[in-house]
Write a protein that binds this ligand. Structure first.
Ligand code: SF4
Ligand code: SF4
Length: 129
């Protein structure tokens, strides 16, 4: 999977878990749009609190401290972690995350070229009428 100029590394679930356990970025510095459905409330409860901020248009929930469940060895409640934590896939769900996410790596110059070629519009005179 490609995102901008990064691609997800090809790792097994177990290997990804090890990478995340060492990184812990998501469990320590989470910013998210506020959406108070049941799964988010479950997540906020597990985290241990949050602060509401707005840029005048959108409302976000920021966590001024790390999740209370995270330890140097990883999540204390990993097997029973909230649904939202189970669904969250770092850079897959937010482009903002990619530069931090160790599940991604920058693509090569050749891959960039191929990707940009695919994104380029067709030459004039070719394409839908
Ligand atoms: S509950 Fe566990 S997986 Fe979810 S943010 Fe906290 S430490 Fe991370
Ligand atoms: S930023 Fe990426 S590697 Fe780090 S904890 Fe989040 S998903 Fe895992």
């Amino acid at each position: 999977m490609y995102h901008l100029f990064y691609k997800r590394k090809e790792l097994t679930d177990e290997e990804e878990q090890e990478v995340c356990k060492k990184c812990q970025f998501c469990c320590r510095y989470m910013i998210e749009p506020l959406n108070a459905d049941h799964s988010r409330l479950e997540f906020l409860k597990a985290w241990g609190g949050h602060r509401i901020v707005t840029d005048g248009e959108n409302v976000y929930s920021i966590k001024p401290f790390a999740c209370k469940q995270v330890t140097d060895e990883g999540c204390k409640i990993y097997k029973e972690r909230p649904y939202w934590c189970k669904q969250f896939k770092g850079g897959d769900t937010s482009n903002v995350w990619i530069p931090f996410c160790r599940l991604y790596e920058p693509i090569s110059e050749d891959e960039k070229f191929e990707m940009l070629k695919k994104m380029a519009p067709p030459p004039l005179g070719i394409g839908p009428d």
